[in-house]
Design a protein around this ligand. Sequence first.
Ligand SMILES: Cc1ncc(COP(=O)(O)O)c(C=O)c1O
Length: 374
Amino acid sequence: MPEIHFNKEKGSELKLFTPGPVHVPERVLNEIAKPNDTHRSQPYSEMHQMATEGLQKLLYTKNECLIFTSSATGIMEACVRNLVKSDEKVVFLSIGAFGDRWYDIGVLNGKNAVKEGVEWGGAITPEFAQGIMEKDKYSVVCIQSNETSTGVYNIIDQVVPILKDYGALVCVDATSSMAGVKLEVDKLGIDVCLASVQKCFALPPGLAVCSISQDAIERTSQVKNRGFYFDFNILLKRNKLHQTPTTPPIPQIRGLVAQLDYILNNEGLEKRFERHTRLGKRTRMWVRDMNLEMFPIKEQFCSNTVSTMKNSLNIDFGKMVSMLLEKGYRIVNGYGSLKGKTFRIGHMGEITVKELEEMLKILTDIIAELRLNK
Ligand SMILES: Cc1ncc(COP(=O)(O)O)c(C=O)c1O
């Protein structure tokens, strides 16, 4: 049994087909191991600027980009604290566990928060979005591009422009799609586009990033009680100097710069997006071959970075995950209330179609064994 316990000498040798954190390539680990100057030094500022300019290219935006010493949830909380005034309403368009979490963050911060959504497995359609915006006046809308619990990709390209037509600020949680799926921030008019880096960026956890529009910056100045650590204005002020207000994980930012350079100048954006499309497609081909069923209710809703499958074969997913683990691979059970009812395969970051196929072959044998012994 290779990887059940902490491996002090070698680190994990598991092959991760998870929806984050994902496998980090050796070249990135080597970058992260390099020594750095302090976070108030010129070399750091140069590195920070490379990171934010790289993010602008990745997101097709001229908007300023920020780096947070937190995971994505920190920026989700920042959106709520910075952008929602006490006399205004925020709506969370939820299609799964992470949409629900964002709504909870709104409520816990004492904001006038409303949750609207569709049955899990569904997506926010343009018609649904329009219906919600007609119903009430919302100054801020929060939505996931990719809902990692259900494996659904919202039709973000069509939905965001509708939300913008109603004059709302639109925050997009792109945690499990940024750097794997094309997100054209300026074209769509996304005000805050956020993600953590342990997913499609293929970096270790510990950093989150976002773009922020001029409208969102102006709104921030009008909102009271924004706190300190996640105050957009405080972050923006330091960002002008290519720094962060507090000590950031400098080695991680070195890793981010290296990975952005690789994505933009080595693999290339279009090729990277295309590879993720093929990974999603290949997984769905396997699902069909296995007589399994996708959790998303329509093929067009299926994510290309994480696939969620139903338990249509009625097998013990916990056991299946453990048996695959013994072969050196990790996939994951369903998230939260979907545990046992679904399982998920993450195909994001640096995974190749060939590597995915190798894992799926082994998983096929495991499923056959489980069915035989039922
Ligand atoms: C869509 C989505 N949003 C938010 C989060 C929370 O991210 P983090 O754990 O980086 O805070 C996740 C994590 O899986 C996610 O998939």
